[in-house]
Design a protein around this ligand. Structure first.
Ligand SMILES: [Cu+2]
Length: 170
């Protein structure tokens, strides 16, 4: 399993590579002679280049879709210590684990350990428990609540871009 950083790094690299190749190819293209008063020149690109760029773009879109829709980190069960179900969630390019399993009716403490400096992840929200908390960088911020009903409860970053689930079981 990749880490998210590796994936984003390789995506960015691939994008850059595609961009550079196509602009280099464009620059190397001889400009065809156009009518003297025409503002536009037709630039002929070899079909293989067009197809290559299209396939590269589609592959990139595919990987991103897969990542957002289907890649889920495995659920992790919180361990109970002295009546509190406790678990550490690493905040680094998302939430790790992004799915947490707890028992109903018992206090929960989620320790959000923020490693990611991006402002996107500086807040965590648990709307179902009326929690909105700032996460200090390189610190552990404990979030406590007691789920009284089983079900799935979402936690998100301040802009609702990164998400995780607290699964409350009977
Ligand atoms: Cu965000």
């Amino acid at each position: 399993m990749f880490s998210k950083k590796t994936l984003w790094g390789s995506l960015a690299g691939l994008g850059l590579l595609l961009g550079t190749t196509s602009s280099a190819a464009l620059a190397a293209m001889p400009t065809s002679s156009a009518a003297p008063n025409s503002q536009f020149r037709s630039v002929e690109q070899p079909l293989a280049l067009k197809v290559g760029v299209a396939i590269g773009g589609l592959a990139l879109i595919g990987v991103e879709l897969w990542w957002f829709l289907f890649s889920k980190s495995p659920a992790q069960k919180a361990e109970a210590h002295q009546g509190i179900q406790e678990l550490t969630i690493t905040v680094d390019g998302g939430y790790q684990p992004s799915r947490v399993v707890v028992k109903v009716g018992q206090p929960v403490r989620l320790n959000f350990w923020r490693n990611d400096p991006s402002s996107c992840l500086e807040k965590v929200l648990l709307p179902d428990f009326q929690i909105a908390s700032d996460l200090a960088l390189n610190h552990v911020t404990p979030i406590e609540f007691t789920p009284l009903k089983s079900g799935e409860y979402q936690f998100t970053c301040g802009m609702n871009m990164f998400r995780g689930i607290v699964e409350v079981q009977d």
